[in-house]
Design a protein around this ligand. Structure first.
Ligand code: HEC
Length: 314
């Protein structure tokens, strides 16, 4: 699982080059920023910290279902203001974005949802990154793993953060956890740490809307390959591959394209997932060398079920 993330990272760095605005703007702002020490003494009313417009490239955007505003409104929080909210601290040593033993502090995603989300609607938090990668945090993941929006690393403010293991900036925000224990295994896929760096926006969404975009049509028992393939794809592929407006867009290959591959050439589809470079030497997609034949088969059946005429082909 950790290895998997390490394989993801060079791909993410490579695609940074495409995001000229972010690439130039964020590290430059990072270098120039002078962060005043936060005054944590005064209790603050969180709603008063929200801005209707971005005030700086390092602001955190909040979107989705926010309290008190129409759905889809985006509001902005300043880094210095986030530091004024109550902070939670963990000491960890299992997050590959850091070098060994690290003290992280910041605001639990659940707390952000509580402060700014609509009280009864959001059961999914989505983190959007500057390279169009997305991490999804369904409520059971949040309950089991308590993901944290990191604001300080080893006590240091953002302008003094180390670079990521692969040499890129980790800011403007990243997400980590207290020590991570996978809470499910499906075939050879283990519950994966969702630890994006370069997070620019947090959206409070609903699973029925976001995951609804990739739910296989029909009813499937939990132990059927199609459903198993769906759960794997939802946690893994959906970070980089989109279905319309939902899901990450880093791969620039929509779910429909994957469904067409799975349907027209299942062997090549499985080979691509297992070892992308075996199919296309220049492939940047991380390999899934640990996925066994049953996992690849489940993914293939699931994506076939997402092909519009999948019924006939099966
Ligand atoms: C970390 C991001 C990432 C993840 C996670 C990811 N992919 Fe990809 N995928 C890519 C990128 C980038 C490409 C574009 C081609 C390349 O460079 O490999 C791609 C291309 C593909 C292709 C070839 C399609 C084409 O037209 O070129 C298939 C098939 C595919 N992915 C399937 C999957 C499946 C299935 C999963 C989940 C098990 C998955 N991918 C997970 C990034 C990712």
């Amino acid at each position: 699982m950790l290895d998997h993330w390490r394989r993801v990272e060079p791909q993410r760095i490579a695609s940074l080059a495409l995001c000229a605005l972010c690439l130039l703007a964020w590290p430059a702002a990072n270098a120039l920023a002078s962060h005043s020490a936060p005054s944590s003494a005064q209790p603050v009313s969180p709603q008063t910290l929200l801005h209707p417009q971005r005030t700086s490239v390092g602001d955190l955007a909040l979107g989705g279902d926010l309290a008190g505003v129409p759905r889809g409104t985006t509001l902005f929080l300043r880094y210095d203001d986030l530091l004024r909210l109550p902070q939670t601290t963990y000491t960890i040593d299992d997050d590959p974005n850091f070098h060994g033993h690290t003290v992280i502090s910041g605001i639990p995603l659940a707390q952000l949802a509580h402060l700014f989300g609509q009280p009864d609607s959001s059961d999914l938090i989505v983190a959007l990154c500057y390279d169009k990668y997305r991490s999804n945090y369904p409520s059971d993941y949040i309950r089991d793993h308590q993901p944290l929006l990191v604001l300080r690393i080893d006590g240091k403010l953002r302008d003094r953060w180390p670079q990521s293991e692969y040499g890129g900036p980790m800011g403007p925000y990243l997400i980590s956890h207290p020590t991570f224990t996978p809470s499910f295994t499906i075939l050879s896929h283990k519950d994966e740490m969702q630890i994006p760096f370069g997070v620019i926006e947090i959206d409070f969404r609903s699973q029925s809307r976001v995951f609804g975009a990739i739910r296989p049509p029909g009813k499937w028992p939990g132990n059927s390959p199609i459903w198993q393939g769906y759960i794997i794809a939802r946690q893994d592929c959906f970070r980089c591959h989109n279905a319309g407006l939902e899901g990450g867009q880093m791969a620039r290959r929509d779910w429909k394209i994957l469904a067409a591959w799975a349907t027209t050439d299942p062997a090549l589809f499985a080979a691509y997932i297992h070892a992308p470079k075996s199919v296309m030497p220049s492939a940047k997609m991380p390999a899934h060398a640990d996925y066994d034949a049953a996992s690849l088969h489940a993914l293939t059946l699931y994506f076939q079920a997402m092909f519009p005429s999948g019924e006939k082909i099966r």
